[in-house]
Design a protein around this ligand. Structure first.
Ligand code: GLU
Length: 467
């Protein structure tokens, strides 16, 4: 049977790290088994679901390239189908209308609480055949079996067994006519042919109830795999308090999708001691039995390390694509006005830790510089520096081939002739052409700035500092 997994987020906020890990594991397992991956938006909670959150989820999935084979399905577009299944359950006596008022249910709970009993619905309306007026509100409850146990073998948690006597009759349709999560999820997974349900372990307690609904529908029960939660750097449940937890925030902060995916896969899955995995490798190696049982801890340092690793080792073209996104964000829309971003990546991948930082550093290659870094100026613009700039302008203007090596050798001659170190030549020039005293080798820097712009900037600096 073909494996089919799904990611089924509720669009009530951005896609956070925990959700992204669930999506990744579901996607990886489908890919590993050469199966299918479905994206389903669980938007039945209309008050809390927003279009903005849906967009954020889809954007994040696209950025991570967790491509889905089917969907996105929206639960709000499937109400007719849920209605149809509920009608069938009603007709078969597997569900019933419950007219109990809120007051009655609340009073029942209070009474159970006072007696130290488990709080649950008492089945009062199960066999209530009394007449009700059409405008009397009701909910629909699933008739949970009274006896026996519900058992399943979770791929992570192991064997789980719950007595039916512990479960009450779940509401599957609210009084406003909308179906509830535990019901919709079953109908969807059944209709969509989901074979493996991989999700956060906050849903473990829902699973026995859902299994009873599958059985009542005569639907095959999927394999369940509940992932242990992710803890923050400080060992408490990962939350907004821990800073950037949204996937798109990581993008904005300058992380590569490859780094985030690699980081996420290690949050609850392992393959020996290996830390670095290409997506290809993850797909080949990912199996459910290697998912760890205990909660995994978030480690920002490790993510940063992976990001630096991928910035250096991925093809410059891949990194450049992400760099362009960052450049756009800070106002560089016309790249024709500067170097090929691949060259920026090659020169900066060892010197910066994030793409956000790289884009900032690269601004001087695409936009005019508006100021000179005061600390750099103080340190390097000394007596004689303007003469060095003048020498450089003269020799570089005559240079026929504008490449790093030719530039460097011309500047070395200047240093030699003036009997000064290369620093005293390179640094004033760096300030002149980039505005700051920090950049790659001076030849490379000038190559990135471009010939005409370099010469113009040196001229301008001579005017500025020579006055
Ligand atoms: N919509 C649920 C959530 O976002 C997930 C349901 C499921 O995966 O079964 O928590």
């Amino acid at each position: 049977m073909e494996v089919k997994t799904r990611f089924a987020p509720s669009p009530t906020g951005f896609l956070h790290v925990g959700g992204a890990r669930t999506a990744l594991f579901s996607w990886l397992y489908a890919k590993h088994c050469k199966g299918q991956f479905v994206l389903r938006i669980e938007d039945t909670d209309r008050e809390r679901s927003t279009q903005e959150a849906i967009d954020a989820i889809i954007d994040s999935m696209k950025w991570l390239e967790l491509n889905w084979d089917e969907g996105p399905y929206y639960q709000t577009k499937r109400f007719d189908r849920y209605r149809e299944v509920i009608d069938k359950l009603l007709a078969e006596g597997k569900a019933y209308k419950c007219y109990c008022t809120k007051e009655r249910v609340d009073a029942l709970r209070e009474e159970q609480k006072a007696k130290g009993l488990k709080q649950r619905y008492d089945g009062h309306c199960r066999d209530d055949h009394s007449e009700h007026s059409p405008d009397e509100p009701y909910v629909i409850r699933f008739r949970n079996p009274d006896e026996g146990v519900v058992a399943f073998d979770d791929m992570v948690k192991g064997h789980i067994e719950v007595k039916n006597s512990e479960l009450d009759d779940l509401i599957i349709q609210r009084s406003d006519g909308t179906p509830t999560y535990n019901f919709c999820v079953v109908v969807d997974d059944w209709d969509m042919g989901i074979t493996h349900v991989i999700r956060g372990d906050d849903h473990v307690n829902n699973t026995p109830r859902q299994i009873n609904i599958y059985k009542a529908l005569g639907a095959p029960v999927p394999v369940f795999c509940h992932l242990a939660m992710i803890l923050g750097d400080d060992g408490t449940k990962l939350s907004k308090r821990h800073g950037a937890v949204s996937v798109m925030q990581y993008r904005e902060d300058g992380f590569l999708p490859e780094a985030l995916l690699n980081y996420l896969v290690r949050l609850g899955w392992s393959h020996g001691d290996q830390e670095v995995f290409s997506v290809e490798e993850m797909i080949n190696l990912f199996t459910l039995d290697a998912i760890t049982k205990s909660a995994s801890g978030f480690n920002t340092k490790k993510l940063e390390w992976l990001n630096a690793h991928y910035m250096k080792t991925l093809p410059a073209e891949t990194v450049a694509k992400e760099l362009v996104w960052h450049l756009n964000r800070i106002g560089v829309t016309d790249l024709s006005n500067g170097p090929d971003p691949k060259l920026v990546v090659k020169n900066y991948c060892e010197r910066t830790h994030t793409l956000k930082e790289m884009a900032q550093k690269a601004l001087c290659y695409y936009q005019e510089i508006t100021e000179y870094d005061p600390a750099g100026v103080k340190k390097w613009m000394k007596e004689g520096s303007v003469d060095v700039l003048k020498d450089a302008l003269a020799t570089l203007s005559a240079l026929t081939s504008w490449d790093a090596q030719s530039i460097d050798s011309q500047l070395e001659i200047i240093a030699k002739n003036r009997e000064i170190g290369m620093g005293k030549v390179g640094q004033p020039l760096r300030i002149a052409v980039t505005g700051s005293a920090m950049s790659p080798g001076i030849g490379d820097t000038m190559m990135l700035v471009g010939r005409d712009r370099t010469l113009k900037r040196i001229e301008k600096a001579i005017e500025h500092f020579g006055a």
